[in-house]
Write a protein that binds this ligand. Sequence first.
Ligand SMILES: [Zn+2]
Length: 238
Amino acid sequence: MMGKTHALSGALVWLAAVPVIAQERLLGEYAVALSTEQVAAGAVVCAGAAILPDIDHHNGRIANTFGPITQVMCKWVGKLSGGHRQATHSILFAVAMGFAMDFLATHYVYAWWACLFMIVGLGLRGIGLDFEGKEPQSALADCALALIAVWLMHKIDMSFVGFAVALGCLAHVAGDCLTPRGCPVLWPLPWRTVVPIVPKTDGKVERWVIMPVLTVGIAVLAVRSVLGDATAQWLTRG
Ligand SMILES: [Zn+2]
């Protein structure tokens, strides 16, 4: 799957999950009702996190995001996780990342901002915001945009990031399961889940079916979210 498709799937899954994670009946004390600003920040985080499992690929676009820093990181993650599409493409990785980011955001805010910078940077690179063949310029542009995003988000209550990061990673895994190679969803168990309805990365199905469906879904859910918020405000005023 292309980075763009993964990022779109992350944003879609997030917008679909927002009403669910607000339900105390389902999640008890972990339920969070989100403001419009938090929903928007969550969509950025979830779209970025939907690129995260591919940090196991030492030789890809993602590895070049922040030059040598991400190249070394991806090389080591790839080695430790058993290669491309192994441990990082599993439910365990998604849940662990969700808990880790929630822990940092709650207890070590500077470390969280560093991770947020990385997540947004990876997301930007994933959606193809780079200059063809100009790596230093691309890395600098990524840095600048990621810094702006972190600055815009640093005052927002981020008590939802655990959900956003875990859901983003899960959206990525689900997407890769649709390709012939599949993913070891239940890693460390060895079986791979394969539902091969997307025969080729950047092929016709991905470009003309999956991406348009995701884009329309995002537009519908975003409008619903904004209208829901406006109605709630109008009702409390009235
Ligand atoms: Zn992947």
